[in-house]
Design a protein around this ligand. Structure first.
Ligand SMILES: [Zn+2]
Length: 125
């Protein structure tokens, strides 16, 4: 039936078969869950479909999450602003997005309004 069923963990029999969500060994009668390592098995861990979740890290490797406060680590030019964003500017309540050009943080910068930043120019505060 199925390719690549693992051997029985109890007696190493290769004649295992699937019964619902379980694997069954006909030789010793052992039953166990097959859910652990099959890559095509979607939806047994709670999230529906979205298994390849992307981790976004700041300039020094901290993992960022929605709602974090970060500090801009280098001066950034902003269109229409003579000064731009200064290094050290705090940005509160960021939102991680799948932005274009590596702009993976959606946020609102005081004095500048909503914009998108690259995670590589911020550091978790
Ligand atoms: Zn067995």
């Amino acid at each position: 039936m199925n390719e690549n069923l693992p051997p029985c963990p109890e007696c190493s029999s290769a004649f295992t078969y699937e019964m619902g969500a379980l694997l069954v060994c006909p030789e010793c009668g052992h039953e166990w869950s097959a859910a652990t390592r099959s890559a095509d098995d979607s939806g047994d861990s709670g999230d529906s479909g979205d298994s390849g979740e992307k981790v976004i890290k700041d300039s020094v490797g901290n993992v960022l999450t929605d709602g974090d406060t970060v500090t801009v680590v280098k001066a950034l030019k902003v269109k229409g602003s003579p000064s731009g964003i200064k290094a050290g500017t705090k940005v509160r309540n960021i939102r991680l997005v799948d932005g274009v050009d590596g702009h993976d943080i959606d946020c609102k910068v005081d004095g500048f309004g909503p914009m998108q930043l690259k995670s590589s120019v911020v550091k978790k505060a």
